[in-house]
Design a protein around this ligand. Structure first.
Ligand code: S3P
Length: 435
């Protein structure tokens, strides 16, 4: 039986919490640590299914990795050309980041291999990576419509390219930069709008120079990575659920500790502040090239806004919960320029609009966003379509609901936030599961 969440209304949010490690940074710490020379020690690693799939993939390619134990992982790097051909297809589970980044990284290996995913990942677009990889000289076979599984033909002579990305995607940018490490000459990527820059920051920390000039990132092929220690900050995308809890609860004062506040990720804070949220950053400092701070949120009366399009890529994973915030605001909220939401773990525009409507909210899906006219949130049942962030977003809605909210298909919360239920109840939600 699939996991179901049942939430009774709640009104008070309080406490001091630390949410799990950043998913994007956790993935990259395993990838770069595995290819580095020397031993990389990671702390704060996200022990969720997505980053564990990346870890298992490198173990299957012969890398010795110890842990995770309480967020600690030790990786014995094998060097740029030390991976071994895995015996079986590498299973990326639900994780688009694993599949897209590894398609670039592994196209530089001497062996052929196959990347497979779960039902959701098997429907997601991969041509966005296989097309530019083909320009670099790599042959990757896909299933119908450019979807997984991906069969990567290794041993190609790769050449650096310049690529103008048609969409703002950190996964595509990262895929090409990682492939570029194995290509001859320079690989450069221009993004139409800034996207998360964890790849650039972490490659630099591992001693691989990456140049950033305006919206273009470039590197030279043929370099190497040198092991270093990585302290993974808490994931702002997981903290976002608690920020919105603090912003919409009648009574709230919550402190979320050690949150990554990389400026390419803080769109959620900017958008919530534009809506009138009371958010302050305390104790700002840096860990391993990434800025972190404690985030304090107190209750407020949110107002509806037209979300500035330039903030969309900087908050791309936070829209499910931002739609819930909009449903609790005063006045209309309009989101545009967010077409990418349609190709995430679910079609997050349609699935969120359907769920909000099931709870009596006037939400209209548009091609590239949503129009939300706030109103009372009634009791009802929503389907998360196996999407972790949809399940968690509707849990937050219980703070403004008139009755019980039931959320189906919540197992995938484990992909990014295995301790969500425990932490949500700790701060004041009334969340029960059917297990
Ligand atoms: C990620 C990039 C984003 C984001 C995903 C993680 C990354 O995807 O949605 O959760 O770690 O690079 P896109 O690059 O497809 O927008």
């Amino acid at each position: 039986m699939s996991l179901q969440f049942k939430l009774q209304p709640a009104s008070k949010i309080s406490g001091e919490i630390r949410v799990p490690g950043d998913k994007s940074i956790s993935h990259r710490s395993i990838m770069f640590g595995s290819l580095a020379e020397g031993t990389t020690r990671v702390t704060g690693f996200l022990e969720g299914e997505d980053s564990l799939n990346t870890l298992r993939a490198f173990q299957a390619m012969g890398v010795q990795i110890e842990g995770p134990v309480n967020g600690k992982v030790t990786i014995h790097g094998v060097g740029m050309n030390g991976l071994k051909k895995p015996d079986v297809a590498l299973d990326m589970g639900n994780s688009g980041t694993s599949m897209r980044l590894l398609s670039g990284l592994l196209s530089g290996q001497a062996f052929d291999l196959e990347l497979v995913g779960d039902r959701s990942l098997s429907k997601r677009p991969m041509k966005r990576v296989t097309d530019p990889l083909a320009l670099m000289g790599v042959l990757v076979d896909t299933a119908e419509g450019g979807c997984p599984p991906l069969k990567i033909h290794g041993g190609s002579a790769m050449k650096g390219i310049h690529y103008d990305m048609p969409m703002a995607s950190a996964q595509v940018k990262s895929c090409l930069l990682l492939a570029g490490m194995y290509a001859q000459g320079e690989t450069s990527v221009t993004e139409p709008a800034p996207t998360r820059d964890h790849t650039e920051r972490m490659l630099t920390a591992f001693g691989y120079p990456v140049k950033t000039s305006g919206h273009t990132m470039s590197l030279q092929g043929g370099g190497k990575l040198t092991a270093c220690d990585i302290d993974v900050p808490s994931d702002i995308s997981s903290a976002a659920f608690f920020m919105v809890m603090g912003a919409i609860a009648k009574e709230a004062d919550i402190l979320i500790k050690h949150v990554g506040i990389n400026p390419t990720r803080t769109g959620v804070i900017d958008i919530l502040k534009l809506m009138g949220a009371d958010i302050t950053l305390q104790n700002p400092h840096e860990v391993g090239g990434e800025p972190v701070a404690d985030v304090r949120v107190r209750s407020s009366q949110l107002k509806g806004i037209r979300v500035p399009e330039e903030l969309v890529p900087l908050a791309i994973d936070e829209f499910p919960v931002l739609f819930v915030a909009a449903a609790c605001a005063q006045g209309q909220t309009v989101v545009t320029g967010a077409h990418e939401l349609r190709v995430k773990e679910s079609d997050r525009i349609q699935v969120m609009a359907d769920g909000l409507q099931a709870l009596g909210v006037d939400a209209t899906a548009t091609e590239d966003g949503m129009i939300i006219n706030p109103g009372p949130i009634k009791s009802g049942t929503v389907n998360s379509h196996d999407d972790h962030r949809i399940a968690m977003a509707f849990s937050v809605a219980s703070l403004a609901a008139q009755g019980e909210i039931v959320i189906d298909d919540c197992d995938n919360v484990n992909t990014s936030f295995p301790t969500f239920v425990e932490l949500a109840n700790q701060v004041g939600l009334h969340l029960k599961t059917n297990t």
